[in-house]
Design a protein around this ligand. Structure first.
Ligand SMILES: Cc1ncc(COP(=O)(O)O)c(C=O)c1O
Length: 471
């Protein structure tokens, strides 16, 4: 790439070319081994004599910034102490919502016994098949010839998702009801865009999924947390002016419990009475360990009140960034327009490869295999918790998903401090407190996506030792 040089500062031309190239080397825009433009070409493009450029190159060479060999061009030498180039700080301010840190970063080193919540095991992902399918889509002539694609998604993938969600979750949808999104998070964002005005009341579960709460607040909604009990969201406690209710009925996040059928029916009846939309986030229920799953709200809905949200983040990988929503016809065009406005569409190559993964039965095969692995991990985790921490922890009933939640029997114990002590002992567990908007209940969530079965018991032994050393 040609380095950008601007003349006209009034300084001698050779000196200006020298200064700007030296600057580019010092701030790292030009790196060791990069070629400087041929002196003849640079001279022509700047409208200066070739001698002017060569004098600048000679000076850079004499100072050790570049070296040149006849015929091989001039290249940046190593060893220059570079300093980082930054954009000016400025004093522009974002709106108040954006002034606080919103998402805590979890990119640090992973603990050796890692019970991280919300991630699948990347080692189980069908890498070989995926590489083959993506490579096929990258062949000339396959990728829409570089044109923009349909915002609602690749027709084949939409149809595959409708069938897959229909079979696996009894979601009632045809291809035209499915919108492909960049993960569940974007589905929530699109729902918020088309349904919320500043000040609109939104009800979320307490405890609940903070990124959902954050996206609604970012559009100026007034978010009201509503208590979750053993049957799910307490419908009686919903504020009557809520226009949107966000729920995770299959596997409540983070407690892991399933919403009972009477609660599901009560919630649907409430939404009809109050003219509210329900956003049903079904993020990880492909992994079901026992019992028959209850019908999703989307299937029970007769009034077109439910936006069903699914994702491939747990069942495959979060880095794919593919999710979807199934919306009532009354909302679909607006949601598809919002998707186009946000980022046009998910990369078509990813969508087409994913369609093949679903249609060729590879996804179903992967789920079956991963389910066996996760089932074993989950059983070991439950067994180990019972043996080592049975008195101290109360495990919450759940039959699906990649994590379980526990309450600490001794309510005076500080679960966040326990999670910190565990981290110091190289064990990663998640306190429940950050998932509560108010008065948190002491507890921990433990995932099975990042730890192999053989390491689980030692991880829990170490965790139990931390409980013993309460300070
Ligand atoms: C409740 C809930 N919804 C959705 C997601 C997945 O989001 P995405 O599809 O944007 O990766 C997660 C991931 O942790 C989650 O816990």
């Amino acid at each position: 790439m040609g380095v950008h040089i601007t003349l006209g500062s009034g300084a001698p031309l050779g000196q200006e070319i020298y200064r700007q190239l030296r600057e580019a080397i010092l701030d790292g825009r030009l790196r060791e081994g990069d070629a400087l433009p041929a002196s003849r070409e640079l001279a022509a493009s700047l409208g200066v004599s070739r001698n002017t450029v060569t004098s600048a190159y000679l000076r850079l060479g004499a100072e050790g910034f570049v070296s040149g060999h006849a015929g091989a061009g001039t290249h940046v030498s190593g060893g220059a102490a570079t300093r980082r180039r930054r954009a000016p700080a400025g004093d522009l301010e974002p709106l108040p919502f954006w002034r606080r840190p919103i998402f805590a970063s979890s990119h640090g080193p992973r603990p050796s016994w890692d019970f991280e919540v919300g991630v699948p095991d990347a080692a189980l992902f069908p890498w070989v098949e995926w590489r083959r399918l993506v490579a096929r889509e990258l062949r000339p002539g396959r990728s829409l010839g570089g044109r923009y694609a349909e915002a609602a998604g690749h027709a084949g993938l939409r149809a595959a998702i409708a069938r897959h969600a229909g079979i696996a979750r009894s979601v009632r949808a045809g291809e035209e009801d499915v919108l492909v999104t960049s993960g569940a998070q974007q589905a929530l964002d699109l729902a918020a865009r088309v349904l919320l005005a500043p000040g609109t009341c939104v009800a979320v579960e307490e405890p609940g999924y903070p990124p959902a709460r954050a996206v609604f607040e970012s559009y100026g909604a007034r978010v009201v947390p509503v208590r979750v009990d053993a049957e799910g969201l307490d419908v009686e406690a919903l504020p009557s002016n809520a226009r949107l209710v966000y729920v995770t009925p299959s596997h409540q996040f983070p407690l892991g419990t399933a919403m009972s059928l009477p609660r599901r029916l009560a919630l649907l009846a409430w939404a009809e009475r109050h003219g509210a939309a329900l956003v049903e986030d079904d993020y990880d229920s492909e992994f079901r360990f026992d019992g028959r799953p209850l019908e999703p709200l989307q299937n029970l809905d007769r009034a077109g009140r439910v936006i069903y949200v699914g994702t491939f983040s747990k069942v495959l990988l979060p880095t794919l960034r593919v999710g979807f929503l199934v919306a009532p016809a009354s909302l679909f065009p607006a949601l598809a327009a919002a998707k186009a406005m946000a980022d046009w569409h998910v990369p078509p190559e990813t969508q087409a490869a994913l369609q093949r993964l679903v249609d060729d039965g590879l996804l179903a095969r992967h789920v079956k295999r991963a389910l066996r692995v996760y089932r074993e991990r989950r059983e070991r985790l439950l067994d180990s918790l019972e043996r080592r921490l049975g008195g101290a922890f109360q495990v919450l009933a759940s039959s699906a998903g990649l994590h379980i939640a526990t309450f600490l029997s001794d309510r005076r114990l500080d679960a966040s401090a326990l999670a910190r002590r565990a981290r110091a002992a190289n064990v990663g567990v998640q306190a429940l407190a950050p998932f509560y908007a108010a008065a948190p209940r002491a507890g921990l969530a433990l995932g099975v996506g990042s730890i192999t079965a053989s390491r689980i018991d030692e991880g829990i032994r170490r965790l139990a030792a931390c409980v013993g050393t309460r300070r």
